[in-house]
Each structure stands twice: as C-alpha cells, then as structure tokens.
Design a protein around this ligand. Structure first.
Ligand code: TXA
Ligand code: MG
Length: 330
C-alpha cells in the first residue's frame, strides 16, 4: 500500500484508476478520512467490510462530486432535501434518501434507502471528479478506522488503524489534518420532514434556518427513526482507555479540556484546544494519543455552548457509554 502526499493531476488519476480497478483508496475529507471503494463493485465493497472488521448490515455512505450526480443514486427526493443539498453541499452533511436500483443491497445493508454526501475537501473532490470522469458513479467511504474505534483525522492515523490490512493495489491519499474532525451530520430525508440521525458540524439550528417555512424539523431522538441509526453500539468511537466525563484525574491519567483548564501535576495533557471548533478538530487525535501512551483513564471536560458542541458531546457520550453502564452495574 502506497501513501500519496502529492495531489497533482497524475496522482489523482492514479488513485481514481485504483478505485475503478477494484482497489481501496483511503482519502481525506473535511470531517474524517474515509476508506473508499467503487460503490458498484461488490468485491471491492466487501473488502471494505473485511478491512474495517465491520458487520455487513451497517450501510455505507456514497460520495459524489456534486448534486448533479444525485439522480443516479436516489428517487423521490423531497423538496426540502434538495434545498439542504443546495445550501450545505459540498460539506459535512449526509442525506439518507430512497435508493435507486444503482444502490444495491451490498452497500445499503438491504435497506431501501441510501446515504449520499458531497465532501468539500479539495483532494476528496478532485478524486471524485476524476473517478466520475473515468466512468465511475460513486465512492462508498466509511471512516477509515477499525469497527467501533475512533475515526482517523490524519493519514498517519489511517495507516496505524488499517495499514496492515491494505494490499499493494490500495492507496492512502494524504491531505493534512481534517478541518472539522468529527463525522458528517446525517439527516434522514425519507419522511415528510427531516430527522437528524447523527449530529455534526451542520447543526439542527442551521438546518432549521435553511428550511424556514419549508417544513418543520423534528428535534429528533435517533431511536425514533424508521431507518437504522449510526453509532448506536456500546463501543462506538472508543479509545482503549476508560473515558470519564466528570471527576478529577490522578497523576498518570490523561486530560482533554479547553486551554483555560489547568493541568494538575503529573497528569498527561492530551489536548488543549483554544475554542470549541478546535476541540472538535483535535478530539480524535487526542484519544489516539491516549492509546499510544497506554493511558488507562482519560478525563475529559466536555465543552459547553451551541453549534459543534452538540456533535462533540454526542461522541463523548458514546465513547464513555460503556463506563457509565459499568458504573451502573457495580
Ligand atoms: O463524515 C462522514 O460521514 C465520513 C466521511 C468519510 O465521509 N463517513 C462516515 O461513514 O462517517 P461511516 O460509515 O463511518 O459512518 C456512517 C454511519 C454508519 O453508522 C452507518 O451505519 C450510518 O451512517 N448510515 C449509512 N448509511 C445509512 C442509511 N442508509 N441509513 C441509516 N444509517 C446509515
Ligand atoms: Mg465510522
């Protein structure tokens, strides 16, 4: 497996060709790095599941280069979904829509809908455009981590997560630290009004503002949705260490908090973001650092406020879930 840090045309062409030929290409997006495969190639897609160790019932998001390619993948798109796509694409938003016959069971987990996203990272967009120019229709790309683990936000982290499972026909594209750092907002658009299944950088307030009178946005519990919701397993977004969202760290424990929080003596500071956006951007790398340093207890001071804070706290809750369960049972 080769790592490509040059995003000039010949290298993008090479990466697109690798996808067309059935290889896997990990690539940067503004949210997290994805592990890409031709969404119409059953064998390539099955390798994604194998490399990630992910159950095949979990559907994959199809990435396309623009709203103009949406019609290939979906049918019966509600007006509000078109509006959301026009406002927030390219960007950190995935729409779940009724699928066309192009979206086969091996990417949707057998569901009659499919997730679609147009990412904004220049390398991702260049790759998708070139893939389409070479005859491709779309690239499925889950986060490029082992199942249940933290999503990678650098090419180095992709390599340490799944590098050993890739072959000589696969590639990793390097594109710097992902600017947002948390996975896309997922919006179920299969009903009369939209439902947010996974919070992200596109917040419920932004969605509501963009739709205004269009239709009412339900403030949604993921469990209410008719479709399968992301991140519902106990061990989602988990580092190896235990995550505590309250209490005081002892010497040798790890700490993630805004830079205004002082590090107690002997505690390993894992990240000191200056604001909430930087908090989102650095969180996953900080959790990885904890694992690299074999830190057993990770204390995290959750951010307060609005906007991206919704998404940060969603992920924090999920990565600390197993501990709160454990606490309850003992
Ligand atoms: O930001 C992102 O969305 C990244 C980048 C690479 O684009 N991708 C990503 O994919 O996070 P993944 O597979 O790691 O997470 C997508 C989540 C999964 O939990 C999956 O089960 C859910 O979204 N999902 C995908 N398609 C779905 C569908 N049709 N209905 C319900 N949930 C779906
Ligand atoms: Mg994922």
């Amino acid at each position: 497996m080769e790592i490509i840090s040059n995003s000039t045309a010949p290298f993008i062409e090479k990466a697109a060709r690798a996808l067309i030929c059935g290889g896997l290409v990990a690539f940067p997006t503004e949210t997290v790095y994805g592990l890409g495969a031709d969404a119409t190639n059953k064998d390539a897609v099955s390798r994604i599941y194998a490399v990630k160790g992910r159950p095949t019932s979990h559907p994959l998001i199809v990435h396309i280069s623009s709203i103009n390619h949406l019609h290939n993948w979906v049918r019966d798109v509600p007006t509000y979904a078109i509006k959301l796509a026009k406002v927030f694409w390219p960007g950190p938003m995935t729409l779940i829509l009724p699928r066309s016959e192009v979206a086969q069971d091996f990417i949707t987990g057998g569901q009659d809908n499919v997730g679609i996203r147009v990412p904004s990272h220049t390398v991702a967009l260049a790759l998708l455009k070139e893939f389409e120019a070479q005859g491709g229709l779309g690239v499925v790309a889950p986060s490029a981590n082992r199942f249940g683990k933290v999503s990678p936000t650098t090419s180095r982290s992709v390599r340490s997560e799944i590098g050993k499972n890739l072959t000589v026909n696969d590639l990793i594209l390097e594109g710097g630290l992902s600017s947002i750092g948390l996975e896309s907002t997922i919006i179920d658009c299969t009903q009369a009004s939209p439902t947010i299944l996974r919070p992200g950088a596109i917040t419920s307030a932004m969605v509501r503002r963009s739709l205004k009178s269009e239709s009412e946005l339900k403030e949604i519990k993921i469990f209410n949705s008719a479709v399968r919701a992301p991140g519902m397993l106990k061990s989602h977004y988990s580092p190896n260490g235990k995550v505590f969202l309250s209490g005081d760290p002892m010497p040798g424990d790890g700490l993630i908090a805004l830079s205004t929080v002082v590090t107690p003596l002997g505690v390993e500071r894992l990240a000191s973001p200056k604001n909430n956006n930087e908090y989102a951007q650095l969180l996953y790398e900080a959790l990885r650092l904890a694992d690299e340093k074999h830190i057993k207890n990770i204390f995290i001071v959750p951010p307060v406020g609005f906007g991206i804070v919704e998404a940060i706290n969603d992920r924090l809750k999920k990565c600390s879930y197993k501990i709160s369960k454990l606490d309850l049972s003992t």
